[in-house]
Design a protein around this ligand. Structure first.
Ligand SMILES: Cc1cc2nc3c(=O)[nH]c(=O)nc-3n(C[C@H](O)[C@H](O)[C@H](O)COP(=O)(O)O)c2cc1C
Length: 178
């Protein structure tokens, strides 16, 4: 679908919000499962709105709907782990988006985990895990931006998982370096 076709298909009679949502659906995004544990309990949630915020010092941020129980738990526990998913983690992404499959929704039994230093859980086989303490949270519309100081990073270079056009993908190079 061309950009023009997309705009005209969603543009006429659509609200700015619809156009915004449609446009963001065409933007490829990484997929992560954010976990937390502590006095408020153990929670996990699938998110795409995750990015690094700073390297000096290392900081990460993510946007979570404030109605999600995971958001309240992160605020109370004061810690979280951002687990960047590999291309073979679609089932885990679905599970922590609240979709039951081989396991009930939000079931930590769907994967193997190791305890992090700050209190969350590191996913075995994740492309990268960022073990964070909560530094700040900022309300933005319906969501809260959680900003974490990275205490420890785990890297296992593998193919990332992307989400766009309402489906999971893995990237393919369009230009090979010689
Ligand atoms: C690929 C993908 C990306 C998502 N990204 C976010 C996100 O960035 N922030 C968020 O609050 N929810 C995000 N969600 C939705 C939550 O995972 C979902 O709403 C949450 O797990 C609660 O599920 P429920 O609404 O069925 O209770 C995403 C879901 C999927 C499948």
């Amino acid at each position: 679908m061309s950009t023009q076709a997309s705009v005209s298909q969603h543009g006429q009679g659509s609200s700015e919000r619809d156009l915004f949502v449609a446009a963001m659906g065409h933007v490829a995004a990484p997929v992560a499962v954010i976990t937390t544990d502590g006095p408020a309990g153990r929670f996990g949630i699938t998110v795409s709105s995750v990015t690094s915020a700073s390297a000096d010092p290392p900081m990460m941020m993510a946007c979570i709907n404030r109605r999600s129980p995971a958001f309240a738990a992160i605020i109370e526990n004061g810690c979280f782990v951002i687990n960047m998913l590999s291309h073979d983690h679609v089932g885990i992404a679905e599970n922590f988006a609240g979709r039951a499959g081989a396991f009930p929704a939000f079931d930590f039994g769907c994967a193997a985990w190791k305890p992090g230093q700050a209190g969350g859980w590191l996913l075995d086989g994740a492309l990268a895990s960022f073990d964070c303490t909560l530094e700040q949270s900022v309300d933005v519309g319906t969501h809260g931006v959680i900003i974490g100081g990275v205490r420890h990073t785990c890297l296992r270079p593998t193919m990332t998982l992307l989400h766009f056009r309402r489906a999971f993908h893995r990237p393919e190079p369009v230009l090979h370096n010689s």
